[in-house]
Design a protein around this ligand. Structure first.
Ligand SMILES: [Zn+2]
Ligand SMILES: [Zn+2]
Length: 213
């Protein structure tokens, strides 16, 4: 009996260290081609390589991201880390920093953008054109050119060696707890159910965060 290629792919994912996720899969998930998602693709590629891991099965990998840009969608696709599984943690620090932890080996790697890496150098005209377009002064033709420039920069970025973009640092970190289920209680003000670890005390009663403000 012939095995379907889908099954073969699955087996390879599970048993080898080669992550088979491609940038096309990132674009399918993210919705558009952009340098940001390419940057996330590179960060996750490097992170998984350093951790010698493949896509997270059963919450093995934890990703801590320090921004909520396009890059994070690539991180999710490559690592399999998601909010729902509790293994994608967002620290709102506004930094191009990604930490990947392996729960089983307890190893971690912190990947941060090198200050020597200047994205705008890939195409200095891109940001000028972008500004022109956002100020509403661009012609339809210039809008087309922008699209082409964005694809070209994204492609360039994908070709650059990850080590030229990011610096890596081994880290030892206490693993964040696995996703757990919390009991819900009724907010004393709006009556909606809210996870008990997210309630606030207001005038002696438990309320939800929006009602506490
Ligand atoms: Zn994007
Ligand atoms: Zn409420």
């Amino acid at each position: 009996m012939k095995k379907s290629s889908k099954n073969n792919d699955f087996d390879e994912n599970k048993h080898s260290n080669n992550y088979s996720k491609t940038f096309a899969e990132v674009t399918a998930f993210h919705g558009h081609v952009c340098p940001g998602s390419a940057l996330g693709f590179k960060a996750a590629t490097l992170g998984l390589e350093k951790l010698k891991s493949s896509k997270s099965s059963d919450e093995e990998i934890v990703a801590i991201v320090e921004n909520d840009s396009c890059a994070v969608d690539a991180i999710q696709v490559l690592t399999g880390c998601t909010f729902g599984k509790g293994n994608l943690i967002f620290n709102d620090f506004g930094k191009q920093v990604y930490t990947f932890l392996n729960r089983s080996t307890e190893e971690g790697v912190r990947i941060s953008l090198k200050d020597s890496f200047e994205m705008s150098e890939l195409d200095p005209e891109l940001s000028i054109l972008r500004e022109k377009i956002s100020s509403g002064e661009a012609s339809p033709q210039e809008k087309e050119i922008l699209k082409e420039k964005i694809s070209a920069v994204t492609e360039k970025l994908l070709q650059i060696d990850e080590e030229k973009i990011f610096q890596t640092e081994e880290v030892k970190m206490t693993m964040p707890p696995k996703a757990s289920l919390f009991k819900s209680i009724k907010c004393a003000k709006c009556g909606e159910l809210v996870s008990e670890h997210r309630t606030k005390k207001l005038d002696g009663v438990e309320v939800c965060i929006p009602c506490s403000k």
